[in-house]
Design a binder for this molecule. Structure first.
Ligand SMILES: *[C@@H]1O[C@H](CO)[C@@H](O)[C@H](O)[C@H]1NC(C)=O
Ligand SMILES: *[C@@H]1O[C@H](CO)[C@@H](O)[C@H](O)[C@H]1NC(C)=O
Ligand SMILES: *[C@@H]1O[C@H](CO)[C@@H](O)[C@H](O)[C@H]1NC(C)=O
Ligand SMILES: *[C@@H]1O[C@H](CO)[C@@H](O)[C@H](O)[C@H]1NC(C)=O
Length: 310
């Protein structure tokens, strides 16, 4: 019994020394994960030469503020929360690459992690930080003619970014705008910004750019103000609306007038024919003195006309 106790004590001392000397963890302390994509938190342990061949006892991956281990290997079996696994596809105890793979990175995955490894020849523990980013969508700009306001929306980014306005000459108008950042259920941000156009200070185009938290431009969109200016455009729309109603009326009106004219013409012709038959001699008599004159005019003998009349 006594020898057993000595053996235990000896093992304990051996492990304590090993802790410091025989196992080293190689990690990258700072990592950036992309939202919705895989994230790799690297952790590889190496033995010193004296400890070569040491057997793995456990691996524990924990996250700050989370009680349960996300991934652990202990007493020959691996347990993992869903969405977490060893990065090596068919990891076993002979593989010293115990890196953690996060299948689909979300905003809540951001934080401090610890990779904790114990072997029979030593132990090691290291901190790893994961920062999550999500690129903002291309902005969409809408114009509200009622309030003469441009509205720019850019969604689903992380961390909180900024929307900025520029005119076609590159002058910034952000100070005249109001921005709002809404946090979505998934922890991402939806940005929206309003820029009210003042009368007489309207440029022909406005660009809305989305910048990430570190000031890098991600996306942009340009809105071209319709010519003539906004108020004119609203009136133009009204005219268009009126035209739509008036146009058919004009067409129908012209048709009716045309029809009436045609009827009048036909009526006149008919009455002329009737008159020709009934009072033809009288008309002929009326016209006779003029007719030769006309024929002479056509021939260019202006003078002969009054002569013949006389
Ligand atoms: C550990 O394994 C992962 C997944 O296979 C790989 O991407 C990474 O490069 C490995 N790290 C080292 C140091 O071998
Ligand atoms: C561990 O994996 C390696 C390579 O994937 C394989 O060659 C080896 O046989 C495996 N060992 C055990 C104990 O499963
Ligand atoms: C944020 O934007 C996304 C994509 O446009 C949309 O589906 C979601 O409803 C928005 N959430 C909020 C809180 O505005
Ligand atoms: C911000 O954008 C710049 C340029 O696109 C990029 O290099 C940087 O990594 C981004 N930073 C973040 C926190 O997304």
């Amino acid at each position: 019994m006594a020898s057993n106790g000595v053996l235990l004590l000896f093992t304990f001392i051996h492990l304590s020394i090993g802790h410091a000397a025989f196992v080293q963890l190689e990690v990258r302390a700072e990592n950036v994960g992309k939202y919705g994509q895989q994230s790799l938190l690297e952790c590889v342990y190496i033995h010193s030469q004296e400890a070569e061949g040491g057997k793995l006892i456990w691996v524990n991956w924990k996250k700050e503020g989370v009680e349960e281990a996300l991934l652990s290997f202990h007493k020959g079996s691996t347990t993992a929360e869903s969405g977490y696994s060893f990065a090596e596809p068919s990891w076993n105890t002979t593989n010293r690459n115990v890196s953690l793979l996060i299948t689909s990175t979300s905003v809540k995955d951001q934080g401090e992690y610890t990779c904790d490894v114990m072997t029979d020849s030593g132990a090691g523990i290291k901190n790893i930080r994961l920062t999550v980013t999500a690129k903002y969508n291309k902005p969409a700009i809408k114009f509200d003619p009622q309030t003469s306001t441009l509205m720019c929306d850019s969604d689903s980014g992380y961390p909180e970014g900024q929307l900025r306005w520029f005119d076609e000459f590159g002058t910034e108008w952000t100070k005249s705008s109001q921005m709002e950042a809404k946090k979505t259920e998934s922890g991402l941000f939806n940005l929206s910004s309003k820029l009210t156009l003042m009368d007489g200070s309207t440029f022909s185009s406005y660009t809305c750019k989305v910048f990430n938290v570190s000031g890098g431009k991600e996306e942009e969109a340009t809105y071209t103000v319709q010519e003539p200016e906004k108020t004119g455009r609203a009136q133009g729309n009204k005219v268009d609306g009126t035209t739509k109603v008036v146009a058919p009326l004009v067409v129908i009106g012209s048709l009716i007038i045309g029809l009436l004219l045609l009827m009048l013409l036909l009526y006149k012709r008919r009455s002329q024919l009737v008159r020709r038959f009934s009072i033809r001699p009288l008309i002929m008599g009326d016209h006779q003195p003029v007719d030769p004159c006309d024929s002479h005019v056509e021939q260019g003998e202006d003078q002969s006309c009054p002569d013949s009349l006389a």
